[in-house]
Write a protein that binds this ligand. Structure first.
Ligand code: NAP
Length: 671
C-alpha cells in the first residue's frame, strides 16, 4: 500500500511533505501508513496571509453571515463524513468513537451556527452586557463591546480528536471573525487534513480564513503578536514549553491551554449495590475507560467509592471490563479499538507500571494482546489502598484504558481525594441525595471546570461524564491547563477584544447599532407598525396620546380577569401596603392599555408579538392618572429571508412624565 502524503495548506497552496517528514503508522497494523511535515514551510507567509486576507474578509461579514457559513460548512462535512470515518479507523478508533469525534465535531459547529444567529446581533460588534450609567443625568454612559482580534488564531491540537478537536476551536474562532491556522497532532493528522480539504473544497471559506500545518510548526510561535491567539490542547509538559515561548510572553499573546486531567467520578454513599445509581456508576465508568480506548482528556482516571462498597465496585467493574471486545475497530463486534500508535502504547504501559508500584492490580490482561501488531492494550483497573499518601494515582495520567479505584470514609474525604487531582476538567457524582450533591459540588467546584451529576431521574437523557458540550465551558484549573473553551458565546469572545466604550448615548448607539436609554428619539415618519423591517430605523419612536385610567377600568379588569387582589379592590387594605397610596391599577391592565395605545390595527408588516423582556413597574398608577407610551425601535435582528425580529423599547409615563413602566417588546416584522 502506498504511503499517504499528508500535505499542509499554506498561503493558498497545498504543500506536500518533504524529506523532513515524520512517518505515521497505522494503529491497527503497526505498518507505515502516512507521512507528514515539511521543514521549508514559510510560516511568516502563512501568518501574513491570514492577517491580510483571511481576517479582513471575515471581519467584513456580520456574526449572522459567519453563522450561516458555519452551518453550510457543517452540512458539507456531514454529507462527506464517510470518507472521514474510513480514514479515522486507522487511528484505532471504532465507529462509536467516530460518532464522538466526527459527528460530535460537526454537531458542535451546528450549535455555534445556531447560537451565532440567536444570541449575537446581525452586525460586526458584540455588545457585552448592558450599558452602565456613568453620570447623574445619563448623558454619559459606558458600554462594553467585543470586536474580533486583527491577527490569527493558531490552534494546536491533541491526537485523540482529530476532527472534534479542530472544529470545536474553529467554530467559535470563525464566528468571532478571526482566521485560523490549525496544527493537528502528527499521529492522526491525516484525518484532520482530509477534513480541512473538504472545507476548502466546498468553496465556502474566504481566502486565508483557514490554513493547515501537518507535521512540525516550525518557529511560527516566535512571530506572534498581541493580536494573535494560541489555543493549545495536549499534555501539560508541551503546554508549559509552548506557553514559555519568549514572543508569547513578551507580546502577551493570548494562550489557552487544555491539558492533562486526572478526572474523578464519585459514588454517593446513598448509591448502595442494588440501586439504579450503583449500576449507572459502573456503566459510566466502563464507558469512560473504554471509549476511544481511554484516550480522552475527560476520561475517568480515579474512581472514588465509599470504603464499604469498594469490593462490590471493583468486582462489578472487573466483570464489565473483562467482557469488552477488543480488536480491529472496523469489525462490527469490536467495542474498543487500538491506541493511536506504538509509542502511545509504550507510554501507557510505562505509566500503568508506575501505578502498579503503589496500587493493587484488579485487572490487567494486556499480555494477551502482546502478539497483536497494532497498538492494542486491554482495560487496566488498579486499587489504591492508601489514597491519602499515593502520588501516581493522583498525578500520573496513563492516557489509555486505565483507571484507579480508591475508597473514601465520608463525603469530606471524597472531596479531599477528588481535589488531589490539582485541577480537573470534570468530576462526576452519581447520587440521588441532593444534600450529598450540594456538599460535593460546592467542595469540588473550585478545582473543576465541570461537575456532572447523574442519577435515576436524569440518566435517560444525561449526556455522559466525558462529553464536553458546546453550550457548557470545557477546561479546568491547575493541572487541566487553566483554560476555557466552548461554553456557548463565551468561546467566541475568547477571540475578541473587550473594550469599554464611554460617551454620550448617541455615540454609543451609533457604535453598537443598538438604541440605548437617552439616545435621541426620532419621530417615526409614519406609524412604525406600517413600516417594513428594512424601513424601520434604530431609535425611531412613536409617541402616543394619553389615556385616563378610571376606577371603573380597574374594577372591570378585575372582574373580567378574576384578578381581584386587594391592592386593586380594597382601599383600606391597599393603603396599609407600604408600596401603594390606596387602590392601584393592575400592572397587566397598564400593559393592555399600552398595547391599545400603540398598535396599528390593520393588517401590515408586523406579523406577531413573540414576547416581553425586562418588564419593570416603576410607579403605581391610581384611578384618575393618565398614561402615554413612547415606543422606540431598539434593535433589529434578521431571522430568515421573510422576516426579522424587532425589539422595541416601551416606556409608559404618567401625566407628570414620571416613568410608570418599561419593557422590551419583541415582534416579528416582514421584510
Ligand atoms: P502532546 O504531545 O502534548 O501534543 C499536543 C500538540 O502539541 C500536538 O499537536 C503536537 O504536535 C504539538 N506539539 C508538541 N511539541 C510542540 C512544539 N514544540 N511546538 C509546536 N507544537 C508542538 O499531546 P498529545 O500526545 O497529542 O495528546 C495527549 C495529551 O493531550 C494527553 O495528556 C491529554 O490529557 C491531553 N488532552 C487534553 C485535552 C483537553 O481538552 N484538556 C483534550 C485532548 C487531549 P506533534 O504531534 O506534531 O508533536
Amino acid at each position: 500500500m502506498s504511503i499517504l502524503q499528508v500535505a499542509s495548506f499554506a498561503a493558498g497552496q497545498w504543500i506536500a511533505p518533504n524529506a523532513s517528514a515524520r512517518q505515521i503508522d497505522c494503529a491497527i497494523t503497526g505498518a507505515p501508513f502516512a507521512q507528514a511535515g515539511n521543514d521549508m514551510l514559510n510560516v511568516q507567509a502563512m501568518l501574513d496571509h491570514a492577517r491580510t486576507k483571511g481576517g479582513p474578509a471575515l471581519r467584513q461579514m456580520t456574526f449572522h453571515d459567519r453563522a450561516r457559513l458555519l452551518k453550510a460548512l457543517a452540512l458539507h462535512l456531514r454529507a462527506h463524513r464517510q470518507a472521514l470515518y474510513d480514514l479515522s479507523f486507522h487511528t484505532g478508533a471504532t465507529q462509536t468513537d467516530h460518532l464522538i469525534d466526527i459527528d460530535g465535531g460537526i454537531g458542535t459547529m451546528l450549535v455555534y451556527a445556531s447560537k451565532g444567529r440567536r444570541e449575537m446581533p446581525d452586525s460586526t460588534v458584540y455588545p457585552d452586557g448592558d450599558p452602565e450609567q456613568l453620570s447623574r443625568n445619563g448623558s454619559f454612559l459606558g458600554q462594553h463591546i467585543c470586536t474580533p482580534l486583527q491577527g490569527v488564531a493558531v490552534h494546536i491540537n491533541a491526537f485523540n480528536f482529530p476532527v472534534w478537536g479542530m472544529l470545536e476551536k474553529l467554530a467559535p474562532t470563525l464566528l468571532a471573525g478571526v482566521p485560523a491556522i490549525v496544527k493537528p497532532a502528527t499521529s492522526s493528522c491525516y484525518v484532520t487534513e482530509h477534513c480541512v480539504r473538504l472545507m476548502l473544497d466546498s468553496g465556502l471559506l474566504p481566502d486565508g480564513a483557514l490554513q493547515l500545518v501537518s507535521g512540525g510548526l516550525g518557529d511560527m510561535l516566535d512571530h506572534l503578536t498581541c493580536q494573535d491567539a494560541v489555543s493549545f490542547t495536549g499534555s501539560a509538559n508541551t503546554a508549559l514549553k509552548l506557553r514559555a515561548t519568549p514572543a508569547i510572553l513578551q507580546n502577551a499573546v493570548r494562550f489557552t491551554a487544555e491539558a492533562d486531567s486526572l478526572n474523578a467520578s464519585i459514588l454517593g454513599p446513598d448509591a448502595t449495590p442494588g440501586t439504579p445509581e450503583f449500576d449507572l456508576f459502573i456503566t459510566e465508568a466502563t464507558q469512560e475507560i473504554t471509549t476511544k480506548a481511554g484516550q480522552k482528556c475527560t476520561a475517568i482516571r480515579r474512581i472514588l467509592a465509599p470504603e464499604s462498597h469498594i469490593e462490590a465496585v471493583g468486582e462489578a467493574l472487573r466483570q464489565r471490563l473483562s467482557n469488552i471486545k477488543i480488536g480491529d475497530p472496523r469489525a462490527k463486534e469490536t467495542q474498543m479499538g487500538a491506541l493511536v500508535s506504538g509509542a502511545q502504547k509504550a507510554d501507557v504501559l510505562a505509566k500503568a507500571a508506575l501505578l502498579a508500584t503503589e496500587c493493587d492490580t484488579l485487572l490487567d490482561t494486556s499480555d494477551a494482546l502482546n502478539d497483536a501488531k497494532g497498538a492494542f492494550v486491554a482495560p487496566m483497573l488498579f486499587h489504591c489502598t492508601s489514597p491519602d499518601t499515593a502520588i501516581h494515582a493522583h498525578e500520573t495520567e496513563a492516557f489509555g484504558p486505565v483507571s484507579t479505584l480508591m475508597g473514601f470514609r465520608d463525603i469530606d474525604h471524597a472531596i479531599a481525594l477528588a481535589n488531589k487531582g490539582q485541577g480537573s476538567l470534570v468530576t462526576s457524582l452519581i447520587t440521588h441525595d441532593t444534600e450529598v450533591a450540594r456538599h460535593i459540588a460546592l467542595g469540588c467546584a473550585a478545582f473543576n471546570g465541570r461537575i456532572y451529576i447523574n442519577n435515576r431521574d436524569s440518566m435517560a437523557e444525561a449526556t455522559g461524564h466525558g462529553a464536553p458540550l458546546p453550550h457548557m465551558t470545557h477546561g479546568g484549573p491547575g493541572r487541566a491547563g487553566g483554560g476555557e473553551e466552548l461554553g456557548g458565546i463565551r468561546a467566541v469572545t475568547h477571540y475578541m477584544q473587550r473594550t469599554a466604550i464611554q460617551g454620550s448615548p448617541d455615540m454609543l448607539s451609533s457604535i453598537t447599532g443598538k438604541w440605548l436609554p437617552g439616545t435621541t428619539q426620532e419621530q417615526a415618519p409614519a406609524h412604525p407598525f406600517t413600516r417594513r423591517f428594512g424601513e424601520l430605523q434604530i431609535g425611531e419612536t412613536l409617541h402616543t396620546p394619553s389615556r385616563e385610567v378610571t376606577l371603573e377600568d380597574v374594577e372591570h379588569f378585575a372582574h373580567f380577569t378574576g384578578d381581584t387582589f386587594y391592592a386593586h379592590m380594597d382601599e383600606a387594605a391597599a393603603a396599609r401596603n407600604p408600596f401603594f397610596p390606596g387602590r392601584v391599577a393592575h400592572g397587566y391592565l397598564l400593559l393592555s392599555f399600552a398595547a391599545g395605545l400603540f398598535v396599528e390595527p390593520n393588517e401590515g408588516p408586523v406579523l406577531a408579538n413573540t414576547g416581553l423582556d425586562a418588564l419593570r413597574f416603576m410607579k403605581p398608577v391610581v384611578p384618575g392618572d393618565s398614561i402615554k407610551v413612547a415606543l422606540t425601535v431598539k434593535q433589529k435582528t434578521i431571522r430568515n429571508e421573510d422576516y426579522g425580529e424587532v425589539r422595541w423599547h416601551v416606556h409608559l409615563s404618567n401625566q407628570d412624565d414620571d416613568a410608570v413602566a418599561e419593557y422590551e417588546l419583541l415582534t416579528m416584522v416582514a421584510f
